[in-house]
Write a protein that binds this ligand. Structure first.
Ligand code: TXA
Ligand code: MG
Length: 325
């Protein structure tokens, strides 16, 4: 299916899974209330969890936001198109179904060329959460999106593996100081540098959804244990605790674990770009393999700009089941 064909399906009221530079999205025409409702049912998403709007062109912003304050404009100029989502007061034109009744709306302009072509062909804002069943790992491989969301009324626009692998950074510009609602591919430090002011981190994904939901975010079916610490200590711990059926997510080589069921997420402790790209693919692989127990090494590199977002996802995916060595 071409981006233009996918756009036509969307304009006809269907849902379309499409690639972005972060993760795959599940889109609906944002002005079509029935289609937006279908997003919630296709994902099994709680009604109180609002959706992000995706646009191809900055001129589309005027009809979505009441106004764009200076700080937000700075972020737009610096980071769009790209993995940054801005939350501002919404205009009348934005449906309450998109924002789950909130007076604010989140908007982003993806950088991925296929996403851009698709959004241009639609010509209107596309509401799209990540393309996964509610509570399950996001999808960064076309096949994983297909596995999770193949159902009536959902069309698929195929793209490459998503190059970043972590969702966009979500920034709330309606309050002062500005809030970081979700750490993502663009780091808190990078944003603070552009704004020349500190952000306050307020984990929105825990606030908007019910507390029980937080425990069930990005989670594979099997029991996930995240292991933090020095590489040698991590390996020793895994050797001691693994069983024949444990699935391993490794940082470094597979030395000593060649005969264990494993995937390598990054070969170097410092390669958090690779780790981000592989993280959801690993969790989806665990589900595809029916893994019941999963040990996942986290890289020891807290200074790295991607560390905060990676740990944020791992905390949720594991329900805070983290071994600190
Ligand atoms: O990278 C991404 O952002 C991907 C791709 C597909 O663009 N999308 C994505 O959407 O991650 P989703 O729905 O999985 O996550 C959107 C997050 C949720 O935590 C939601 O609660 C929050 O943004 N959100 C959306 N609208 C909001 C609003 N008006 N106020 C506060 N948080 C909002
Ligand atoms: Mg999501």
């Amino acid at each position: 299916m071409t981006p233009q064909e996918a756009a036509q399906q969307l304009l006809n009221g269907a849902l379309v899974v499409f690639p972005t530079e972060t993760v795959y999205g599940l889109g609906a025409l944002s002005t079509d209330d029935e289609a937006v409702k279908n997003i919630y049912s296709a994902k099994g998403r709680p009604q109180q969890n609002p959706l992000i709007l995706h646009i191809a062109d900055r001129s589309q912003l005027d009809e979505l936001f009441l106004s764009v304050p200076g700080a937000a404009q700075k972020l737009i100029d610096h980071f769009w198109p790209g993995p940054l989502t801005l939350c501002l007061e919404k205009s009348e034109a934005v449906s309450d179904l998109v924002t789950a009744g909130l007076p604010t709306v989140c908007v982003r302009m993806p950088k991925d060329p296929i996403a851009q072509e698709f959004l241009k062909a639609v010509g209107a804002p596309v509401a799209a959460p990540s393309a996964n069943l509610s509570g399950k790992p996001s999808t960064t491989r076309f096949q994983d999106a297909l596995t999770q969301l193949q159902q009536d009324g959902v069309f698929f626009l195929e793209g490459n593996d998503t190059p970043l692998g972590l969702e966009s950074t979500v920034i709330d510009c309606t309050r002062s100081p500005i809030r970081l609602l979700r750490p993502g591919s663009i780091s808190q430090q990078e944003i603070e540098k552009v704004l020349a002011q500190p952000l306050i981190f307020e984990d929105q994904e825990g606030l908007i959804t019910s507390p029980g939901q937080l425990l069930n975010h990005y989670a594979p079916k099997g029991k996930l244990t995240v292991i933090l610490g020095n590489p040698l200590d991590r390996r020793e711990w895994m050797k001691e605790h693994q069983t024949v059926s444990t699935m391993l997510g490794l940082v470094g080589t597979s030395k000593g674990f060649e005969n264990s069921n494993h995937l390598i997420l990054a070969e170097e402790e410092g390669d958090l770009e690779s780790y981000s790209r592989e993280m959801y693919a690993f969790l989806n692989y665990c589900d595809a393999q029916g893994a019941e127990e999963i040990f996942l090494e986290a890289p020891k590199n807290p200074q790295h700009p991607l560390y905060q977002a990676i740990m944020n996802r791992l905390q949720k995916a594991s329900s805070e089941n983290i071994i600190r060595l």
